[in-house]
Design a protein around this ligand. Structure first.
Ligand code: PFF
Length: 452
């Protein structure tokens, strides 16, 4: 089929903003601070940055190169750069992983919608509140979280239906700067609170005594999730990049924005939590239980400031989740469109219906269906486990093998260096990292997670 009707981003900046939008998501705002809290603060931060440099960035460049070279959906793209056509299985795995992730990502995103509404009606005010019970009650309700998830997924569908340029690009250009402003304002407000210094110190003063082999592995896993690696998204978006865009520069920009936003999210959460003597809790509870508590205590004397803070924070969370979900939905949408000749509109609608249906099961599994488990995991946790802990590392490993060992070196070099005009000096280093460092690192994460 002709590539003219695929759509493309209008500028290099648009490509970077959209891709950064997919990278910046719930993973930055709740998962990163939580991993940091568990793994020795600044020591984790240093290791995380090393992971990004050593294998996150090289793999991102690989996905970009494969996607832009092919100018097609991710499934067809792998295998078009040399080697057997069977390597397209990497892309198909990416499509499947992205789609399955969207099923439960939509549920968590629905929670952010509910908390935004609660913030809007000043729902965190009042003494002696039990935020744990309130969250559990909400998440296990059979109706309300499902409605929130459906609302979120329909908004996401609306953006995708508006097309690559009119929807994804326009949405990211609007939401990403907003997100950036919100997070800076929130970080500054938090750091200025009395008692916040302990949190800042925790974040920037490394304690290497807390570093264990599992710290290393957690940092690697986080960098994978946060950069949206091996879910077909980077590859798909790169197929909309312009030929003159510099892939290495784009990758450095996206990774920098993603890391900066993760650090700022931690700068909001730790100083805020420390200033009211709350130890940062784990996982989703940090955002939906600890933080409402923090908002309530921190701003007890200044309710208007507290109201604005909570509202901005949950708005930030919804926007971050939306720019990520857009990427997740675009991957199967363009796949169905190009491989099965289904019109973009119907392909996006079909994928959304599928994700909502499975998402309902994920949502109910936290409440009324919680007794249905496999390997002791409910449906929601099972999806999280299978995608994040198994499919992602397998996909990442295969991408490293494909671009490190299998694909045509000349095609790869031409794509990464724009036919020898840019990044020529660092191509050798990129190839070394993707050939040796990335596969070994990913294998280490995978084996560790499976053993656990
Ligand atoms: N990187 C996103 C986050 O940190 O929340 C998650 C994600 C979004 C992964 C989009 C993959 C993707 F295609």
């Amino acid at each position: 089929m002709s590539n003219n009707d695929r759509g493309a981003f209008g500028s290099r900046l648009a490509g970077v903003l959209v891709t950064a939008g997919s990278a910046v998501g719930l993973g930055n705002v709740w998962r990163f601070p939580y991993e940091l809290g568990r793994n020795g603060g600044a020591a984790f931060l240093i290791i995380y940055i090393l992971c990004i440099l050593l294998f996150g960035l090289p793999l991102m460049v690989s996905e970009f190169a494969v996607g832009r070279h092919a100018q097609s959906n991710t499934a067809r793209a792998f295998g078009m750069m040399g080697g057997s056509r069977h390597w397209k299985v990497i892309g198909m795995l990416g499509v499947l992983t992205g789609t399955l992730i969207l099923c439960y990502y939509g549920v968590a995103a629905g929670w952010t919608v509910e908390y935004l509404l609660r913030a809007g009606v000043n729902g965190f005010a009042g003494d002696n509140r039990d935020f744990t019970a309130e969250f559990t009650q909400f998440a296990s309700d059979p109706v309300r979280p499902v409605v929130c998830m459906v609302v979120f997924m329909l908004v996401n569908l609306g953006v995708i239906l508006a097309g690559v340029k009119g929807g994804i690009e326009r949405g990211s250009k609007l939401m990403m700067p907003l997100l950036f402003v919100f997070i800076v304002v929130l970080a500054v407000l938090t750091v200025m609170q009395p008692g916040a210094g302990r949190g800042v110190e925790f974040l920037f003063k490394p304690d290497f005594s807390k570093v264990t082999p599992s710290t290393l592995l957690s940092a690697m896993g986080q960098s994978f999730f946060s950069l949206s690696l091996s879910m077909g998204c980077l590859c798909t978006y790169a197929s909309y990049f312009r030929k003159e865009d510099k892939l290495v520069t784009n990758a450095v920009n996206v990774a920098s924005i993603d890391t900066l936003i993760a650090i700022m999210a931690a700068l909001i959460i730790f100083p805020a939590a420390f200033s009211v003597n709350i130890e940062p809790g784990a996982g989703p509870s940090l955002v939906f239980i600890t933080l409402p508590n923090v908002f309530q205590q921190l701003f007890a004397a200044r309710p208007v400031l507290g109201y604005c803070f909570a509202l901005l924070f949950y708005l930030l969370l919804v926007l971050a989740a939306l720019t990520s979900a857009m990427g997740l939905l675009e991957v199967p949408t363009i796949y169905l469109k190009e491989e099965f000749h289904i019109r973009r509109r119907w392909s996006a609608i079909g994928c959304t219906i599928f994700c909502i249906t499975v998402g309902v099961a994920c949502s109910l599994s936290i409440g009324v269906w919680s007794e249905h488990t496999l390997f002791d995991l409910n449906i929601f946790d099972l999806f999280d486990f299978v995608t994040a802990k198994i499919m992602l590392p397998v996909g990442g490993f295969l991408i490293a093998i494909y671009t490190g060992w299998i694909c045509d070196d000349k095609l790869l070099r031409d794509e990464v260096t724009n036919h020898g005009t840019v990044a020529v000096g660092i191509y050798g280093m990129y190839r070394f990292l993707v050939r040796y460092v990335a596969p070994v690192a990913i294998l280490a994460i995978f084996v560790n997670e499976l053993v656990k």
